[in-house]
Design a protein around this ligand. Structure first.
Ligand SMILES: C[S@@+](CC[C@H](N)C(=O)[O-])C[C@H]1O[C@@H](n2cnc3c(N)ncnc32)[C@H](O)[C@@H]1O
Length: 261
């Protein structure tokens, strides 16, 4: 069985980042704003941060570049993306990955936390959880975060098409316009193109097979979990107090919620 080396894993992640940028022209700016908020909002040199739906660790390593005293636990259900991250950064101080499905009650038990977290961060991930699982995940997160701890969730959060159709339409349009300004020739690589390519990597055959059994990509397009109101309601029910948008372009927002208690 061939083994993926560190350089090859880093190349797949670099290609992942380009693929994601095609859908999120403000991806790096949103990462920067999110990390600014972790730095300002936790106000400790050694914050414990959970990266929910971390993928191969793009946000986690950017966060550690800026906050070298932090500990980041990258949480994801995808064995292939986690393998890329583990191979690319085997000895990165402060970084570890945990495989767990955020749709499953008790997901936080496998993280091996020795204290409450100062912040939970996430990018382009939590809208994948069905609404009931999303609400349960936020409730469990409430027990893992310290009082005053932050959730910082960067994602597309849509307005309601029925109650705010103009805002919903403009929220989408601003992003589409920015995408075509930055990438006039279309996506550098599509999501399915990246997955097709990585799935043909012989050294990742086991991970490709394991991933197929996880059903992570259950149909999330058009799910209520893409709506801003779904997140605000679930966060409030989970005990978060202040909830609001810190950074935004169209429907692409950085949502911040402060844990009460
Ligand atoms: C579009 S990717 C974003 C990855 C990363 N946060 C980034 O910004 O590059 C969505 C991520 O959410 C993860 N995810 C989706 N559903 C999940 C679940 N139920 N439990 C854990 N992770 C999940 C996927 O495996 C994937 O890594």
């Amino acid at each position: 069985m061939p083994v993926l080396d560190r350089r090859a894993a880093a190349d797949w992640i670099a290609r992942w980042d380009i693929q994601q940028l095609g859908y999120l022209p403000d991806r790096e700016e949103r990462f920067t704003a999110l990390i600014d908020a972790v730095e300002e909002g936790t106000a400790v040199p050694n914050p414990l941060v959970l990266d929910l739906g971390c993928g191969p660790g793009s946000l986690a390593v950017r966060l550690l570049d800026r906050l070298p005293g932090a500990t980041v636990v990258g949480v994801d259900a995808d064995p292939l993306l986690l393998t890329l991250g583990r191979i690319a950064w085997p000895d990165r101080a402060g970084l570890r990955f945990a495989e767990t499905d955020l749709r499953t009650a008790g997901w936080s038990a496998v993280l091996g936390l020795d204290r409450q977290a100062d912040a939970a961060v996430s990018t382009t991930a939590l809208h994948w959880l069905p609404p009931v699982a999303l609400a349960a995940m936020y409730a469990e997160l409430g027990a893992v975060l310290r009082p005053g701890g932050l959730l910082l969730n960067g994602d597309h959060f849509t307005e309601d098409d029925k109650t705010a159709p103009t805002l919903a339409r403009l929220g989408r349009s601003l992003i589409e316009r920015e995408e075509s300004r930055r990438f006039p020739g279309g996506h550098p690589e599509t999501w399915s193109g990246w997955w097709e390519a990585v799935s043909a990597e012989p050294a990742l055959a086991d991970e490709v097979a394991a991933r197929a059994g996880r059903f992570i990509e259950s149909d999330h397009h058009g799910s209520p979990s893409g709506r801003l109101a779904t997140h605000i309601d679930a966060l409030r029910a989970a005990g978060f107090t202040e909830i609001g948008t810190l950074w935004q372009r169209g429907e692409n927002r950085l949502l911040c919620a402060v844990m009460g208690g």
